[in-house]
Design a binder for this molecule. Structure first.
Ligand SMILES: C[S@@+](CC[C@H](N)C(=O)[O-])C[C@H]1O[C@@H](n2cnc3c(N)ncnc32)[C@H](O)[C@@H]1O
Length: 373
């Protein structure tokens, strides 16, 4: 696996930890390419003929495929290995981060001073929404917000290399692909866009925030998240790389910004980790925060948007059931026009589109949707 890009708050990785991470990467490649591919054969040779005998048709959607596939030994075997990969990936970064938690906290703090270009504003009273507190999303222990030590950054320090390992480096050296893909989409569809104020919602450690700072160096960029540990890490990472971004601990459903504060609002893989109600609330908040003529773009994982056949929709829905991302499938079943319409956007100004991946164009494109106010 290629190595991630360097930044100043990167956890130190020992020889043995590196070897474990390499193993986990190779294990994932093997499971994804050699093992998971066998499920198609099981589906076509066993499930489809059997289903046809009793129903005189093929399974109509991913739910019917799942119901049958989950009884198959091969699916159970490949699913266990995929889950094991997720657990090993997490374990590899946990071991590494826990042993240097205090050191990383101090290091992150050293990037915060009155002269810092990137700033941090925390709100310890902010309530964590239930959709984040009820599950450890994609097995991240304590999710994005748990504090383990003074000035804690552990959630960020686990999430950052964790995403890199999950994607096997395919999202770029800084896991920035989705931000770049949205920018490319904006360049194509809104070539005259020149935002003064940009808001990134659910920024986590800022993987996708940084590309906006590169593309729009004159803009004021604010990035919000629920979790203090990811925000501390994000600020230190951004500062160490020389960017000017303001990180704030706020809930995207109900922020503290004034009406009509932003020209461009973006989010990247935020919504599938929330809930139906939160998706409506966030769209409503975006409508309130946008200046007239402003644009909101939410980017998310490319899954079972209606065009996929039932088998592919089923395989891409794995995380809903087995990787603690309960809202993943539901978001993609929703009519995404609805939250935008109910927020007040004009139906003619709503879009649902795809943004091709930049680093690996052979992979399915990101889903982008949003509206112009
Ligand atoms: C998958 S991560 C996002 C990754 C990030 N956008 C990136 O590009 O790498 C989802 C993030 O959204 C945050 N989040 C979830 N619900 C939120 C909310 N209501 N308000 C603000 N942040 C939220 C989580 O704390 C988490 O850091």
């Amino acid at each position: 696996m290629p190595k991630p890009g360097y930044h100043g708050i990167m956890p130190d990785i020992s020889h043995d930890e590196n070897a474990l991470m390499d193993f986990v990467g190779s294990f994932k490649s093997y499971v994804t390419s050699d093992i998971q591919s066998g499920n198609k054969e099981v589906y076509e040779k066993l499930i489809v003929p059997k289903f046809n005998k009793t129903h005189s048709r093929n399974p109509k959607d991913r739910h019917e495929v799942h119901k049958e596939m989950r009884k198959q030994n091969y699916w159970q075997f490949s699913g266990s290995l995929s889950r094991l990969y997720q657990e090993l990936k997490q374990e590899a970064s946990d071991i590494n981060v826990y042993r240097q938690a205090d050191l990383l906290a101090k290091k992150a703090k050293s990037f915060r001073s009155k002269n810092s270009k990137s700033t941090l504003e925390l709100n310890p009273k902010l309530k964590v929404p239930k959709y984040l507190s009820a599950v450890d999303i994609h097995l991240l222990p304590g999710c994005y917000y748990t504090e383990r030590t003074k000035d804690d950054v552990t959630a960020g320090a686990m999430y950052d290399p964790g995403v890199y390992m999950f994607a096997l480096g395919s999202m770029g050296k800084y896991n920035e692909d989705m931000g770049e893909a949205v920018i490319r989409w904006l360049e194509k569809n809104h070539p005259d866009l020149s935002p003064d104020q940009i808001l990134d919602m659910g920024c986590s450690v800022g993987h996708c925030t940084l590309p906006y700072a590169q593309k729009f160096p004159q803009s004021e960029i604010t990035a919000i998240d629920i979790g203090a540990p990811v925000l501390r890490y994000a600020q230190a990472r951004s500062e160490s790389l020389g960017y000017r971004i303001h990180f704030k601990q706020q809930n995207a459903e109900k922020t503290k910004f004034k009406d009509e504060s932003f020209d461009l609002i973006v989010s990247h893989i935020l919504l599938h980790e929330t809930s139906r109600k939160a998706t409506y609330n966030i769209m409503k908040e975006c409508y309130r925060l946008l200046k007239p003529g402003g644009i909101v773009v939410h980017a998310d994982v490319p899954i079972n948007n209606k065009k996929l056949d039932p088998f592919n929709a089923f395989t891409r829905d794995w995380s809903t059931h087995y990787n603690a991302e309960p809202f993943w499938g539901t978001l993609h079943d929703m009519d995404l026009n609805d939250p935008a319409l109910s927020a007040g956007f004009n139906s003619k100004k709503i879009f649902i589109d795809n943004a091709p991946k930049i680093k690996d164009s052979k992979m399915p494109p990101w889903l982008v949707f949003g509206a112009i106010k």
